[in-house]
Design a protein around this ligand. Structure first.
Ligand SMILES: Cc1ncc(C[n+]2csc(CCOP(=O)(O)OP(=O)(O)O)c2C)c(N)n1
Length: 566
């Protein structure tokens, strides 16, 4: 009797296994290493096997950014599949960004065939020789929690299970698997590829003793301060954190925040500058901050107690980082925050002290906000970043939206209230992140208004032609706002910061920072049938933003505003 066994290539087996691990999308950029992957995918589809969606992403940096943005919205790790060493090199910046932000993803790239002949899958084109490397994984090793190579076809499920479990265990991060062509060409049995994951990821819960210590410090504190960079965990802990900060009268500072920890108009949100708070604070909670202040500028009081909390509060991957820590609490942020709140609920409250702090903070935060709004005006008839931030904040009021900012709009001046409503480029600063991250977020939540605001330099780093192609091909109507100063302003400012009286600062034209003449970005967007407008007049900005939002929401196509700023 003939056995009715379904086989697929090992390349094809990757997809059902990823589906079983909860992966919805494989962001792929293919090449000559892909025939067994593409053939296997077709075999699996023909056999009716459930698969994740495999998407063509025409630039690797965009693929990585999309996996990053998708995770930010869903909390589910996705997969990226790239072409040998060259595709991996293009994706390496995205891996560095993901590692810095603890974004889990399964990154794979083909290995050019290692055999020259005599084996199915052996080299067929000169690049088979040209792309060979002794240590391909080295391209992303420092950014990976784990890396390995698929040695045998039957290892596909076990290695993917392991990759996924490591990526999603605290502290999360990207992992890398290289997938050689000859191995991918071998046929494997498709049965059982949909079995549940063989390894469950581990979640680190905070040490109850350390939580009790911190709760005690905070309950006794005269001037407690939280400095937050990577948010306040999930929706539940975000909401609880806001209530807790107000209840206890605890100042929250969002210094270089990549995620929102507290609504920007919350009475305890003291803005982005940790300086004033640190001068007063007797207890400082560093909430998942890589660099909570600038050591050559800010100083915590010597007698202040400092606690660092987060999935990796020591940031052990980084060679140099020595912010004082009197208490380090390891754990997923959401669980740590909820545990801390529960512990403090049991402690005596000095109501007068807390009420006085609440009043003081509310008055100070109101003043900060009022000053921010006053300053958010055009300058000499020209649009500023802060003006765009204010206008965008007003236009987004009442809409479910997320802003991805990369040297773009400014948190605080831009009003943001909700969990997942604000993300800034990772502190690794691999630019070209916000446009694809917004595309990934839009893919995750089609009804949400996803806005990418960025400098003109950052827009160009994003490979905009590829990103607009993706937006059109995948029907991802993101709103893109380019804050165009025809230069790399951050580089210019950094030169002025180091050499305020230097020759470069005194000259009107600073070398190596100009992006003039600026391309017509509207035409770049229009090339993929996006709606696009150029705005230079401050009086036209509000109407232009409203129109762009209408296009995105009603016509469901990408819109771009090229805003000329000071
Ligand atoms: C991939 C990459 N290349 C170079 C840099 C260095 N860099 C940091 S900020 C910056 C300028 C960004 O320009 P833009 O997005 O126009 O914003 P602006 O500084 O003008 O506000 C550059 C080039 C980087 N961070 N990442």
């Amino acid at each position: 009797m003939k056995e009715d066994r379904v086989t697929v290539t090992a390349g094809g087996a990757i997809f059902p296994r990823l589906k079983a691990l909860g992966v919805d999308y494989v962001f792929a950029n293919s090449g000559t290493d892909f025939p067994p992957i593409i053939e296997g995918l077709a075999q699996a589809a023909a056999a009716g096997i459930t698969l994740p969606k495999a998407l063509v992403i025409p630039h690797e940096h965009a693929a990585m950014g999309m996996a990053h943005g998708y995770y930010l919205m869903t909390g589910r790790a996705q997969a990226v599949m790239l072409h040998t060493n060259v595709g991996l090199a293009n994706g390496a910046t995205g891996a560095i960004n993901a590692a810095c932000e603890h974004i889990p993803m399964i990154l794979m790239s083909g290995r050019t065939p290692v055999t020259e002949e005599g084996r199915f899958g052996a080299r067929t084109v000169p690049i088979g020789w040209g792309q060979e490397m002794r240590d391909q994984a080295a391209l992303v090793r420092e950014a990976s929690k784990w890396d390995y190579e698929l040695k045998f076809p039957e290892q596909v499920p076990a290695l993917l299970d392991r990759a996924h479990a490591i990526a999603t265990t605290t502290p999360k991060g990207p992992v890398y698997l290289s997938i050689p062509r000859e191995v991918l060409c071998e046929e494997v049995d498709a049965t059982g590829l949909d079995a549940p994951p063989s390894i469950r990821p581990g979640r680190i819960a905070p040490d109850p003793e350390a939580i009790a210590t911190l709760a005690g410090w905070l309950a006794e504190a005269e001037a407690p301060l939280v400095i937050a960079q990577r948010g306040a965990g999930d929706a539940e802990s975000f909401a609880a954190f806001s209530v807790w900060a107000e209840d206890w009268g605890i100042a929250v500072c969002s210094w270089w925040a990549t995620h929102l920890a507290i609504p920007t108009d919350h009475p305890c949100h003291v803005g982005a500058d940790p300086g004033p708070g640190l001068r007063l604070a007797d207890v400082v909670v560093v909430l998942d901050c890589l660099a909570p202040w600038m050591p050559d500028k800010h100083r915590p009081r010597p007698e202040a107690k400092i606690a660092h909390i987060g999935p990796d509060p020591i940031f052990s991957r980084f060679p140099v980082r020595n912010f004082r820590s009197d208490l380090s609490i390891v754990g997923e942020t959401a669980q740590t925050i909820l545990a801390l709140i529960a512990a403090m609920d049991q402690l005596p409250r000095q109501e007068d002290r807390r009420a006085a702090r609440r009043r003081g903070l509310a008055a100070a935060s109101q003043q900060t906000r009022a000053a921010q709004i006053r300053a958010a005006s055009p300058e000499n008839g020209r649009i500023t970043k802060s003006y765009v931030s204010r206008v965008l904040g007003e236009k987004l009021e009442g809409l479910e939206s997320t802003v991805f900012s990369e040297l773009g709009t400014l948190l605080g001046t831009l009003l943001r209230r909700d969990h997942r409503s604000w993300f800034q480029e990772p502190h690794s600063g691999g630019l070209g992140w916000s446009f694809p991250a917004a595309l990934g977020a839009q893919l995750a939540e089609p009804e949400r208004l996803c806005v990418a605001t960025m400098g003109d330099g950052s827009y160009m780093f994003a490979n905009p032609v590829a990103c607009h192609q993706i937006a059109e091909a995948l029907h991802l109507p993101v709103l893109v706002i380019v804050l165009n100063n025809s230069s790399w302003g951050a580089v210019r400012e950094s030169v002025k910061g180091l050499y305020p009286d230097g020759t470069a600062a005194k000259n009107n034209r600073m070398p190596l920072t100009s992006l003039a003449p600026s391309p017509d970005f509207c035409k770049v967007a229009e090339a993929s049938r996006a709606w696009a407008r150029n705005v230079a007049d401050p009086d036209e900005l509000g109407v232009a933003v409203s129109e762009a939002i209408d296009v995105v929401r009603n016509e469901r196509r990408c819109a771009l505003l090229d805003v000329q700023i000071v």
